[in-house]
Design a protein around this ligand. Structure first.
Ligand SMILES: Cc1cc2nc3c(=O)[nH]c(=O)nc-3n(C[C@H](O)[C@H](O)[C@H](O)COP(=O)(O)OP(=O)(O)OC[C@H]3O[C@@H](n4cnc5c(N)ncnc54)[C@H](O)[C@@H]3O)c2cc1C
Length: 391
């Protein structure tokens, strides 16, 4: 996009100068002039009564007509494909079927594992990109390899997990391809009329949901956090094609993994747990979390929490559920002393069953709860612990 000022029409009235929220419009020789820093917001154009200012979109940037196929970046760690790849294949299958196109998984790495799993979970093709340069998880080379493959095969949609690796690799790919990327999507749909990916994500602190499109560039790229979509049951009758790509890098990686330390503060990770017992500000103080943790342990579950608990330093960040924490989808989520702010709900409301314990009957958490217990958590949780111990 670019801004154009027709000096013949401009009267030098200066309404654009006062309208510019970024202070980059000025008058030079009584004509409007744009300084550096314009972000093409359009406020000056709207303010100009003489229509002397136009913002031109890049007409040349039309979607690539040959672009086809939905790709899922199936990230692996230590030779094991991450569960988020299966979740994305489930959603990807829906999108590909609507577009009547193929669904492909892309595995970058030298391991042999994961290919069959990708096909049983919905992929029609698996692109396996291998290279001796992939030793030591060089994320910049993963991006380079993915860019080359995308340029060659031209998918129309590329999906990836909003994981540490996905968040490192995928923005570089989008930047190199000069296409758009919507991070942390919570919903993906197809606009069949326009053949566009509708990418929905929370914005403005989680208070509104924005649906974002990428109309003029391909591929359309989105990341999705683990556990947002559900994995389909594997279909062992499915057959798929495997395409091996040998990646050759001209340059060495600019990154090096010096050390890897696993987070040992959790016995069960909340993102993998079937049961989560979570505490909020209502739990009151760090010592009281022993009771919440005990309930979680007795149910073979994981300990979760809301953000104030992290902000207060009562638990480490790895336990935080919500928009700026983790997205979880357990079979059972027990919320103790959590009010149910939108930012918390964004991370847990797709749980199969939600039990809320709160002494305020009007707490918003009750609007998403399957079962609500109105009362003091310090009376209710000990009863639950006692009952479970007896069993
Ligand atoms: C950009 C942004 C991102 C955010 N990201 C997140 C996020 O990822 N995760 C998150 O959780 N929050 C997030 N927040 C914060 C969020 O807006 C809320 O402030 C937060 O979720 C509230 O946490 P809470 O429910 O524990 O506390 P409160 O809202 O203070 O609720 C405490 C609840 O405990 C109940 N209670 C008190 N005592 C008892 C008792 N004895 N027995 C039973 N119930 C009791 C009260 O009735 C109340 O409902 C974010 C905010 C912003 C602006």
């Amino acid at each position: 996009m670019s801004i154009r000022i027709d000096k013949e029409i401009c009267t030098g009235c200066s309404s654009c100068v006062s309208a510019c929220p970024f202070g980059v419009m000025e008058l030079v020789d009584d004509k409007a002039h744009v300084k550096e820093g314009c972000n093409l917001c359009g406020a000056c154009r709207d303010a100009c009564a003489f229509e002397a200012i136009t913002i031109e979109s890049a007409a040349a940037a039309q979607p690539v007509p040959e672009a086809h196929g939905v790709w899922v970046f199936a990230e692996q760690f230590n030779g094991k494909i991450r569960p988020v790849a299966g979740e994305l294949l489930g959603k990807g299958r829906e999108l590909a079927d609507q577009l009547k196109t193929e669904l492909c998984a892309v595995i970058i790495g030298n391991q042999e594992t994961g290919i069959v799993e990708m096909v049983t979970l919905g992929a029609d093709k698996v692109y396996r990109i291998q290279s001796p340069a992939f030793e030591g998880n060089p994320e910049d080379l993963y991006s380079q390899a993915l860019v080359e493959a995308i340029k060659k095969y031209q998918p129309e949609i590329v999906l990836a997990g909003a994981t540490a690796l996905g968040r490192s690799v995928i923005p570089r790919v989008a930047a190199a391809l000069r296409t758009g990327l919507t991070a942390d999507c919570t919903g993906l749909e197809i606009d069949l009329k326009e053949k566009q990916l509708l990418q929905t994500r929370p914005t403005f602190g989680g208070n509104i949901m924005a649906t974002i499109i990428c109309p003029s560039q391909r591929p359309q790229m989105a990341t999705v956090r683990p556990r947002v979509f559900k994995k389909r049951a594997p279909d062992f009758a499915r057959r798929g094609e495997v395409i091996t790509i040998d990646f050759k890098s001209d340059a060495a990686s600019k990154t090096k993994v010096v050390n890897f330390t696993a987070d040992l503060t959790e016995t069960i990770k909340i993102e993998d747990a079937d049961v989560i017992v979570a505490g909020g500000r209502g739990v009151g103080k760090p010592e009281n979390f022993k009771m919440i943790a005990e309930l979680a342990r007795l149910m073979n579950g994981a300990l979760g929490c809301s953000r104030p608990v992290i902000d207060e330093g009562w638990l480490p960040y790895s336990h935080q559920v919500g928009q700026t924490g983790k997205t979880v989808c357990p079979k059972l989520y027990i919320a103790c002393g959590i009010s149910g702010a939108v930012q918390h709900l964004a991370g847990m409301q797709t749980s199969d069953m939600i039990v809320a314990i709160n002494d305020d009957p009007n707490a918003p958490i009750f609007q998403v709860a399957t079962y609500g217990i109105v009362g003091d958590l310090f009376k209710i949780v000990p009863v639950m612990i006692e009952k479970l111990k007896k069993q």
